[in-house]
Design a protein around this ligand. Structure first.
Ligand code: NCD
Length: 324
């Protein structure tokens, strides 16, 4: 049985799509996090269903692999009462040479309300959003943005630390290929945190300091006195050529272990968007340290964040012209 009324929400999040964190105001970010907070509480109750998206159709279109993001969007849609369709690229007509735009227009003709899209190319999700009438959520486009992961990370930090303002956050590892890093830099800067990037020069995009971050090439210097440590996977599927001499050497210099962690604040939180490569960017002893690691909290909160995103865009969809 489907229960309960929508959670009341201030009507100041006026976007048809969620394509990135860039361009969202601190107020809009705060509204989304507040709504996600209500879903965290709801998800811990026995009756988890709402009917805010009853009668709506959600299509998940993933051109790249995913465990956490795809599963949490599917579950989020179902918990909100939507019909959820999963399109696996491996068995769709995309394999027969159909273009991205033709696929988008084909799905659009079935009148879905929300399309959640992950694609290996930066900008592909924005391009697709220009060809459909429904709301589009970017579930990761190449090395560009992954806005819902940044909301997950912000909610995780907020629940542990109360506020993001003034916190020092070290984002470590393969920043070059990371959409998670880019979305987090936008969000953390907007909310008044201080961002440090810690990586070898080969894994940092040129002129990244223009995004308002401090750069470190040494873990001990970069982690000193920081409040939050976000580790990133070496995203080899997006690499052309070799960026690190060997994973063993990479772990020695940039892998998070107890010794490197010891220079951070004594209560610094350890985060990772997943999937983790143990023994490459992170040692099991710190990943599994339940006093410091919030990696599984991130997964739990991921569901609430995706419910909030679907809820907000689902409520906006009928009212907004497509220019939003
Ligand atoms: C990330 C992604 O796909 O960008 N994972 C995720 O969505 N939780 C990070 C990664 O793949 O390393």
């Amino acid at each position: 049985m489907i229960l309960m009324q929508p959670i009341p929400l201030p009507s100041t999040f006026v976007h048809r799509h969620l394509l990135g964190i860039e361009g969202l105001s601190p107020e809009e970010i705060a509204i989304l996090l507040e709504l996600a907070e209500s879903y965290v509480a709801l998800n811990r109750e026995a009756q988890k269903k709402r009917d805010v998206l009853r009668g709506r159709t959600l299509i998940l279109l993933f051109f790249e692999t995913s465990t956490r993001t795809r599963t949490s969007f599917e579950l989020a849609g179902k918990r909100l009462g939507a019909d959820v369709i999963n399109i696996s690229v491996a068995t769709s007509a995309i394999k027969k040479g159909e273009t991205l735009i033709d696929t988008a227009m084909t799905l659009n003709a079935m009148r879905p309300d929300v399309l959640v899209v992950r694609h290996p190319d930066a900008g592909a999700v924005t391009l697709l959003s220009n060809h459909v009438n429904c709301a589009v959520i970017n579930a990761g486009d190449g090395s560009h943005e992954h806005p819902t992961q940044a909301f997950v990370d912000a909610l995780t930090i907020r629940r542990r630390r109360g506020d993001l303002r003034g916190l020092s956050v070290a984002i470590c590892g393969d920043v070059m290929h990371s959409r998670v890093a880019r979305s987090n830099i936008h969000l953390l800067n907007a909310m008044g945190a201080r961002v440090r990037l810690v990586a070898p020069p080969t894994l940092l995009p040129t002129a990244i300091e223009r995004m308002g971050v401090e750069i470190f090439h040494d873990m001990r210097a970069g982690l000193e006195d920081c409040d939050i440590i976000m580790m990133l996977r070496l995203q080899s599927e997006r690499m052309q050529g070799t960026y690190v001499p060997s994973t063993r050497e990479y772990f020695h210099f940039f892998g998070l272990d107890k010794e490197k962690l010891s220079v951070a604040k004594p209560d610094a939180l350890i985060m990772h968007p997943g999937p983790m490569n143990r023994g490459v960017e992170i040692d099991s002893a710190v990943a599994d340290d339940i006093t410091r690691s919030v990696i599984l909290d991130q997964v739990e909160l991921g569901l609430a964040v995706r419910q909030a995103c679907l809820d907000i865009l689902g409520r906006n969809a009928p009212a907004l012209p497509s220019a939003y």
